[in-house]
Design a protein around this ligand. Structure first.
Ligand SMILES: *[C@@H]1O[C@H](CO)[C@@H](O)[C@H](O)[C@H]1NC(C)=O
Ligand SMILES: *[C@@H]1O[C@H](CO)[C@@H](O)[C@H](O)[C@H]1NC(C)=O
Ligand SMILES: *[C@@H]1O[C@H](CO)[C@@H](O)[C@H](O)[C@H]1NC(C)=O
Ligand SMILES: *[C@@H]1O[C@H](CO)[C@@H](O)[C@H](O)[C@H]1NC(C)=O
Ligand SMILES: *[C@@H]1O[C@H](CO)[C@@H](O)[C@H](O)[C@H]1NC(C)=O
Ligand SMILES: *[C@@H]1O[C@H](CO)[C@@H](O)[C@H](O)[C@H]1NC(C)=O
Ligand SMILES: *[C@@H]1O[C@H](CO)[C@@H](O)[C@H](O)[C@H]1NC(C)=O
Ligand SMILES: *[C@@H]1O[C@H](CO)[C@@H](O)[C@H](O)[C@H]1NC(C)=O
Ligand SMILES: *[C@@H]1O[C@H](CO)[C@@H](O)[C@H](O)[C@H]1NC(C)=O
Length: 804
């Protein structure tokens, strides 16, 4: 026997090392059973062809039995589908070649969820966990519809082989401090029909490393562990957000929880290759109710959108699905760090032996499948279950509490944590999110207050308090969830609605809102700072309302994220050293109001354009404290920077006055105050300015040019602004080499200028901006062929003064 495994697939190595793809000389015959199967319901009234991989809903839709499940109220009309039982059937013949093999396996990569499998009428297997590969779960959250799905959502195949086959290869790089040497730990899962002895060669051509082992496998499935020492001296480069395609970097990950000077509690931050890194990003939810409809293009577009908004991290949240391999491959390539939850969320789970057994299988399979991906920097046991116990979401009687806590520890600590740490020593494990981390452990794994800002991570939501007031936010070590809702744009809603749905008070509008009082909360939060739309034309009033909810959301998340970023370097009243801001949520599962910054279909909301700025590597942020204006420079790089402040009046496109600071070194990975002045003295020095008549813009510069985006600060709510006129904005669209350019000309100051080209898919280089210049040009990248004429005809421009 000779087994040769080549580990390769070094893609674009940014911070990371690691995805190994597999190549084996061992012959195995695979017969793909994907394709057309037959599908029937329990009483036989429906019998139809069905695509595998796929699910029942998709099959019914493809065959015309149902229309789009996302249309209007169809989530209710189609409940019968989930209440029925369905059978997938296919026939296949075993080729002679296949039938002489010593072992033939029938492999189902994903069965959703409870099912049984029979072959020639004989039951051969049972399934009850959609996250296990066979050979729960994710519906009806407040951002999505209730479509419990059924089906063969991944592939089905026959695998036949003699002697042995390689089922899976996974690998993690580990660094040995004592010897200053990297080694790669490689794990092979081997299925052997008979005892096999021989020579195994493991090679990593890109690193010029190869090692040969004498091996011996017993019959059955066995895991074997090998270590290759890496001899090539690898330059340990500092963490950088740039990609250097031809190079290979190894990375270490540490989660640092240690005492903080001047603060009770413990720090909570990630150190990558020895450098502290601030996680900037968002939370990821399933892309579609029907996973078989998630295409590579959709995944690529969403992940590229995250990177383009200057995010470096995403949390794959525990109420959804373990994503497909391609998701992690793209993250590896783009340098997105993944916080990976296990799929347990907001509930108490049973701890019967059967359940624990299926969980253990799920955990082992997922860790083995995913651990070779360098993008994953942490495993996390569950979403909000520690908090649910600590703050008693489920009214557990006091006498039962110890039992619930024991069950919690048994599932997440004694089983999941232990297993994961056996399988993967290369990255940290956190039991829950939010949690106090090491402090929670001290308190028996359920802390008295898992939201304590002095420890671990925090989830924080408040819809009623004024989001423009940063004092309402907890100064946490790490903000792993926070956010505000908004509505998607009209072009996203239009295909799933009809005219009578197009008002804020319609049944449709209420039906799509799955968060209690959500629509009302958005209006209340908006009204704190903006006039509400009052157009007499109902459709305009509706689209203006969609727009203003996006303005509100973008401003709220901007304020909160700026607060976290500027809290990076300081401790105030014992709190601070914030090292992560992951807002809730990146993407949408359907066309409905939610916390997302990207709409179903990929269109960026105003928030996502804002994220481009508030996550920028270099960025100035302003806030007021006791009527003093303070401006911080935030920098992930190390630069000498100075600040320029322009004061504008709402009535004029030329600044009333300009203030410059002197040069100051802003160290890499820091936030430092660069400007401090009482608002009153600032205004007194600037023409006739008052809080109601003027506003500020400001930017950082080095000796030669502007660094990072321009930011702004309002001195009053825009609803109170004096002199803000309805602008006359004219526009010209031109075709350039690779995109279209849109040049705007305005005759007055215009806040939140929003360009929308309806259902032409694509995105602008910038949008939702404050216009304080006569002219501004932005690019539009179309995702399908279009023309100047089509764009010009579709383009609408809305700014704040257009809605009242
Ligand atoms: C068979 O099942 C379908 C779908 O659940 C249902 O609409 C129909 O009424 C059933 N027919 C009979 C005869 O029970
Ligand atoms: C589906 O199967 C379950 C379990 O066998 C059974 O209890 C239920 O009545 C079936 N439903 C229908 C609609 O046939
Ligand atoms: C692999 O081998 C190492 C070193 O012997 C050991 O610490 C580790 O637990 C093994 N891993 C597995 C998954 O068996
Ligand atoms: C809204 O739904 C209610 C209750 O289902 C119904 O009575 C009412 O007619 C619906 N209104 C419209 C405008 O469809
Ligand atoms: C600030 O700097 C800019 C650019 O160098 C210059 O045009 C402007 O006059 C300066 N303003 C003040 C008040 O010094
Ligand atoms: C201040 O306002 C007065 C009265 O409106 C006007 O005459 C004067 O020119 C203004 N001064 C400046 C510096 O704008
Ligand atoms: C808007 O501006 C354009 C170009 O500057 C001008 O031709 C047009 O008359 C203006 N419209 C209004 C209503 O003022
Ligand atoms: C601004 O746009 C107007 C109208 O399109 C044009 O006439 C003018 O030359 C532009 N100004 C600058 C500085 O580009
Ligand atoms: C809308 O509100 C604005 C500001 O309160 C007011 O000036 C305007 O007349 C209102 N328009 C309508 C159509 O009611």
């Amino acid at each position: 026997m000779l087994l040769h495994v080549r580990l390769s697939g070094w893609a674009c190595w940014c911070l990371f090392s690691g995805v190994f793809s597999v190549f084996s000389l061992q012959q195995r015959l695979t017969v793909n059973l994907n394709g057309k199967w037959r599908l029937s319901n329990s009483n036989g009234s429906l019998l139809l062809p069905a695509q595998v991989p796929g699910c029942v809903h998709s099959a019914l839709q493809q065959q015309g039995y149902i229309t789009d499940p996302y249309f209007r109220f169809n989530d209710v009309s189609y409940r019968w589908i989930a209440l029925d039982n369905w059978t997938y059937t296919t026939t296949f013949t075993l080729s002679a070649e296949l039938s002489v093999k010593q072992k033939v396996l029938l492999v189902f990569d994903g069965v959703d969820t409870v099912g049984s499998v029979s072959l020639n009428g004989i039951a051969v297997g049972k399934t009850n966990n959609m996250f296990c590969r066979h050979e729960q779960s994710s519906f009806s959250w407040d951002w999505g519809p209730s479509f419990p799905t059924m089906g063969l959502w991944k592939g089905v195949r026959l695998e036949a082989f003699d002697i042995l086959q390689l089922v899976q290869v996974s690998s993690v790089p580990l660094y040995n401090d004592a010897f200053s040497q990297w080694r790669v730990q490689i794990e092979l899962l081997i299925d052997a029909v008979q005892t096999a002895r021989g020579q195994l060669t493991l090679s990593i051509p890109e690193l010029d490393s190869e090692q040969t082992f004498q091996t011996h496998f017993n019959p059955g499935k066995t895991k074997s562990n090998f270590t290759i020492l890496i001899n090539t001296v690898l330059e340990m480069t500092p963490v950088s957000l740039l990609c250097y395609p031809p190079q290979v970097y190894f990375r270490t990950v540490e989660l640092i929880q240690e005492p903080v000077v001047g603060s009770p509690g413990l720090s909570f931050y990630f150190r990558i290759n020895g450098k502290p890194i601030f996680l900037k990003g968002s939370n990821w939810i399933p892309v579609h109710s029907f996973q078989d409809q998630v295409t590579p293009d959709v995944l690529k577009n969403l992940l590229q959108s995250a990177v383009d908004a200057n995010m470096n991290a995403l949390r794959v949240w525990g109420g959804g699905v373990y994503e497909q391999d391609l998701f992690y491959e793209i993250c590896d390539e783009l340098g997105i760090m993944v916080w990976q939850d296990f799929m347990f969320a907001c509930a108490m789970y049973p701890t019967e032996t059967d359940f624990i057994q299926t969980v253990r299988e799920e955990v082992v399979q997922q860790v083995q499948r995913l651990k070779s991906h360098p993008s994953i920097i942490i495993w996390s046991g569950n979403n909000e279950n520690e908090a649910a116990l600590a703050t008693d979401w489920f009214d557990i009687p006091a006498s039962q509490r110890p039992k619930y806590i024991r069950d919690y520890v048994m599932l997440y600590v004694d089983n999941i944590k232990k297993l994961v740490q056996e399988e993967d020593q290369s990255r940290p494990f956190l039991v829950s999110s939010p949690t106090n981390g090491a402090e929670s452990e001290q308190e028996g794994w359920v802390a008295e207050n898992p939201y304590d800002p002095h420890y671990g991570d925090v989830h924080f939501y408040s819809y009623i308090l004024d989001c423009w007031d940063w004092r309402t936010f907890p100064r946490t070590r790490f903000a792993s969830e926070y956010g505000f809702q908004s509505w998607p744009s009209f072009s996203t809603l239009q295909p799933v609605s009809i005219k009578e749905d197009w008002s804020y008070g319609s049944n449709f509008t209420s039906h799509r809102q799955h968060h209690e009082d959500g629509n009302q909360q958005m209006i209340l939060q908006t009204a704190l700072h903006f006039h509400l739309p009052n157009a007499t034309d109902p459709l305009k009033r509706f689209t203006d309302t969609l727009y203003i909810t996006q303005v509100m959301q973008a401003q709220c998340v901007k304020t909160q994220t700026e607060f976290y970023r500027r809290s990076r370097s300081e401790i105030i009243e014992g709190k601070g050293h914030t090292m992560g801001a992951l807002y809730w949520q990146l993407n949408d599962i359907w066309q409905a109001p939610s916390w997302s910054s990207i709409e179903f279909g990929g269109k960026w909301k105003m928030l996502h354009y804002f994220a481009q700025s508030f996550f920028a590597a270099v960025f100035p942020v302003a806030f007021e404290e006791d009527d003093t204006l303070v401006i911080y420079a935030i920098s992930d790089l190390s630069r000498d920077l100075k600040l320029r402040v322009n004061v504008f009046s709402w009535t004029e496109l030329d600044p009333v006055c300009t203030l410059n600071s002197s040069m100051l070194l802003v160290p890499g990975g820091s936030a430092v105050a660069v400007f401090k002045q009482p608002v009153a003295s600032l205004l007194a020095g600037c023409g006739n300015c008052t809080r109601l008549t003027c506003l500020l813009t400001f930017q950082l510069e080095d000796d030669s040019s502007q660094q990072g985006p321009t930011n702004y600060h309002f001195l009053c709510s825009p609803k109170d602004a004096q002199g803000l006129r309805r602008p006359n904005i004219t526009v010209k669209v031109e075709e350039k080499k690779t995109c279209f350019s849109v040049t705007l000309h305005s005759d007055s100051v215009a806040p939140f200028v929003w360009l929308d080209v309806g259902n032409i898919p694509g995105r602008f280089s910038s949008n939702g901006f404050l216009m304080v210049s006569r002219n501004r040009t932005v690019d539009f990248n179309a995702w399908r062929p279009t023309s100047v004429a089509e764009l010009t005809a579709s383009l609408t421009i809305t700014s704040l003064r257009d809605i009242y």
